[in-house]
Design a binder for this molecule. Structure first.
Ligand SMILES: Nc1nc2c(ncn2[C@@H]2O[C@H](COP(=O)(O)OP(=O)(O)OP(=O)(O)O)[C@@H](O)[C@H]2O)c(=O)[nH]1
Ligand SMILES: [Mg+2]
Length: 369
């Protein structure tokens, strides 16, 4: 039995395959790891397969699966998950974009206490070298969409990650396209994840296979995972929907507080309306902050708060003020400039303001350790 299996999906990688296999194997030796290398190839028409078969003759820990049907990167990785003969799975590209030297760190972290360890391009210390603007924009778009489902993960579409076999063993993966990690995060069974930074280096040799179809498939995948999470309440994305729901309930409580205080100050305390309203709004913001702090974003597990109570309060105040301005601006633009019924305009303003409040507070006010 091996300590870990490094899965290398390949299609037409004759120029890189020898280097990546040799490097991964050298990393195993240097770190005393008993590792398996599993190449999953989609029947490449070039020399990829024969080169691996040649390496296999001297290295018993190298294996190859040649797939003849259902061509695809994610499908290949999923097949590797099933065929791997160890409990720790690492996925790495063949084109040397991912540094094999990080594999032992990933292995250590996963043996420690994590279910998934992700090599991240988008955290401090990580980065991307030599990518044309178009690639950067597409990647950032994909990352943004993925982060809506998994806000704590900075690089949910990374191709370099390690995962326990138990996370994917019973998962109803529907692999397609390029983003197998998102599928694992969406449908796997996991609690704790960790990211480690790395610098992505664009391939020097071989050809890129990114097409428009890839983007369409990705959008379908995001929708599929969203629907899946509504039906599977043990999934990680459902944990996020629960927060959105709680945040909404707290928002409704804020409306009640706002209205109650306004009526009280105006009718019983005799405040002038603008003054009463300012007090009512501020007290509603405080009400929402307290409920969200104690309930929606309760500490525990990986959700330890890192900023102080005062920091969170001020951050929430500023974000809420921004949300109010957005609501106000949208109402006025839609109603006055576009002639939309003011009640509908206001509902749209409230929803956009809500999304703003949730997303910004999620990322800035209640950031995790
Ligand atoms: N088995 C299999 N592997 C694939 C397929 N498409 C790509 N790969 C492999 O998946 C890894 C990532 O593919 P890349 O083409 O490097 O994707 P990328 O890094 O987004 O883009 P470039 O590096 O610019 O080409 C590489 O090891 C490829 O050989 C496929 O259809 N099947
Ligand atoms: Mg690549």
């Amino acid at each position: 039995m091996y300590d870990l299996t490094v899965i290398i999906p390949t299609f037409k990688e004759e120029a890189n395959i020898r280097n990546i296999v040799t490097e991964v194997d050298a990393v195993f030796s240097r770190n005393n790891l008993n590792g398996e290398i599993l190449v999953v190839d989609d029947n490449s028409p070039d020399r990829t397969i024969s080169i691996v078969n040649e390496i296999k003759k001297t290295k018993l820990n190298v294996n190859i699966i040649v797939r003849l049907a259902d061509h695809g990167l994610s499908q290949s990785v999923a097949e590797g998950f099933v065929q791997a003969s160890s409990d720790i799975l690492v996925v790495i590209d063949a084109d040397l974009s991912h540094p094999p030297s990080l594999i032992p760190t990933m292995y250590r972290e996963i043996m420690g206490e994590y279910d998934i360890v992700i090599g991240s391009r988008y955290m401090d210390g990580g980065g991307i070298k030599k990518w044309p603007l178009k690639r950067r924009v597409i990647s950032l778009g994909a990352t943004f969409l993925g982060r809506l489902l998994f806000p704590d993960v900075s690089d949910p579409v990374s191709g370099f990650f390690a995962v326990r076999k138990s996370v994917v063993a019973n998962a109803q993966l529907k692999p397609r396209g390029y983003k197998i990690l998102l599928e694992v995060l969406g449908k796997g069974t996991w609690e704790k994840d960790k990211e480690i930074p790395f610098e992505f280096v664009d391939r020097e040799i071989g050809s890129s296979k990114l097409k428009l179809k890839t983007i369409v498939e990705y959008a379908q995948q995001v929708i599929d995972i969203t629907l899946f999470s509504f039906l599977h309440h043990e999934s990680a994305a459902w944990r996020e929907w629960k927060r959105v729901f709680k945040f909404g309930l707290v928002g409704i409580s804020g409306i009640v507080v706002n209205q109650g205080i306004l009526i009280f100050l105006k009718e019983f305390a005799g405040f002038p309306l603008p003054v009463a309203s300012l007090f009512a709004i501020e007290i509603a913001i405080l009400n929402n902050f307290l409920w969200n702090d104690l309930w929606t974003f309760k500490s525990g597990g990986q959700q330890q708060k890192i900023s102080s109570w005062w920091h969170r309060l001020i951050s929430f105040q500023i974000v809420s003020a921004g949300g109010a301005v957005i609501n106000f601006a949208i109402l006025n633009v839609l109603a006055y400039m576009m002639g939309i019924d003011y009640r509908i305009a206001n509902i749209i303003g409230i929803l956009v303001g809500f999304a703003w409040n949730f997303l910004l507070n999620r990322r800035m006010t209640w950031i995790r350790k």
